[in-house]
Design a protein around this ligand. Structure first.
Ligand code: KG4
Ligand code: ZN
Length: 361
């Protein structure tokens, strides 16, 4: 079954063709990062307008790259939740029209759940040359989902049969990377720029707190972000009322690197502490990481040090937002649920992964 998938929930416009939930035929991603970097974060209205400009060319490119015409496509999938409302609307309106014109079944897909399915893509056409996992993960599977909007631990017993073990009570971990980058005067998105700055830093220079929560699987990153802010204000020699936007000009390169490294160490340690605890409690057969922060090398290093099983990683291009993951998950949906009537498809900007997929589909 060949699925054409579309993703437009935040600041990437993407389309991909995926066969049988595992084989990637094309993977087109147009990122708006350069546009939003000027503002230090995603501007929703700008994001929606940019999606409108490129969505049709991106879809056509995905078909061309896959060497396919509409007749070769068996179904269409699209991200309908969660995300920025304007961005989600562009993708869903495009596929509602395409599903009617080309008479294809349509599957609405949950973006966060789909991030996990980047790990199920194990085959590709030669022209793509991504470094893919050798095998699909086995169930029960523990998934650490860490992105700009989500930090959660989910136990999958099978496709669509999952339980949310814990989630962030405030900021997502990627959001903390983005906010700390802003405090330090590093560019957006914060994940890659903090990782780069941290290379020259002392990860033990600053003592930063790990949030202690009643539930061992829940996360909280807003205190860590504030602790970095206070420590930077303290170190540059001014009081706690000093405006944060004036801090970057006063921080030295050495301080910036040490703060980046110390923050990254604690943020990642927090994720790995919880993943290790869940691994001990549930003894899953596989562990996967998903979402933009899964691209973080320090996270991969710490996990391989502390978990007793070998983890296979999705390539970086499939960790951050993409449509391949949407097409992969849609295949498993298509085995279990009826397609959605295009005229009934609506977007849901906030929808967490609390219920099993089949129950919410
Ligand atoms: O999954 P994603 O592309 O979009 C969302 O659905 O949120 O994740 C984007 C997030 C951003 O917060 C970005 O700073 C973070 O992922 N990120 C990273 C890295 N690359 C991207 N965080 C830490 N280390 C990285 N290498
Ligand atoms: Zn995402």
């Amino acid at each position: 079954m060949k699925i054409l998938a579309i993703e437009s929930s935040c600041d990437e416009t993407a389309a991909a063709v995926v066969e049988d939930g595992r084989k990637l035929h094309s993977n087109v991603i147009v990122s708006q990062i350069d546009i939003h970097a000027m503002y230090g974060g995603v501007v929703p209205e700008v994001a929606a307008r940019s999606h409108i400009e490129v969505i049709n060319p991106v879809i056509n490119q995905a078909l061309t790259d896959a060497n396919m015409a509409w007749d070769d496509i068996d179904a269409i999938a699209v991200t309908y939740a969660p995300g920025l409302i304007g961005s989600l609307l562009v993708g869903t309106l495009a596929v509602r029209t395409l599903a009617v014109i080309h008479n294809k079944p349509l599957y609405p897909i949950h973006h966060v759940e789909a991030h996990v399915y980047a790990n199920f893509i194990t085959e590709q056409v030669d022209s793509l040359s991504l470094t893919l996992p050798y095998a699909q993960p086995e169930f029960p599977m523990l998934a650490l989902i860490v992105s700009g909007g989500h930090s959660q631990l989910v136990l999958f017993r099978d496709h669509g049969d999952y339980e949310l073990l814990g989630q962030t009570q405030d900021d997502a971990v990627g959001e903390a990377f983005d906010k700390v980058a802003k405090i330090l005067g590093l560019s957006y998105p914060g994940g890659p720029s903090i990782t780069k700055a941290a290379l020259d830093g002392d990860a033990f220079k600053y003592t930063l707190p790990k949030a202690k929560l009643a539930d061992p699987y829940n996360f909280s990153f807003s205190g860590l972000k504030t602790a970095v802010l206070r420590a930077v204000q303290h170190d540059v020699g001014v009081d706690f009322t000093f405006p944060s936007h004036e801090l970057p000009a006063r921080v030295t390169d050495v301080q910036r690197a040490d703060f980046a490294a110390s923050f990254q160490r604690i943020a990642i340690e927090t994720l790995v502490d919880k993943a290790e605890r869940a691994y001990r409690d549930y003894s899953p057969k596989s562990v996967v990481i998903a979402g933009g922060v899964a691209a973080n090398q320090e996270l991969r290093r710490q996990l391989s040090e502390r978990l007793p099983l070998a983890i296979e990683y999705a390539p970086m291009q499939l960790c951050t937002d993409n449509a391949a993951m949407i097409g992969a998950l849609a295949y498993y949906y298509a085995q279990k649920v009826d397609p959605t009537d295009p005229s009934d498809l609506e977007v849901i900007p906030s929808l967490s992964m609390t219920k099993t997929a089949w129950a919410t589909a």
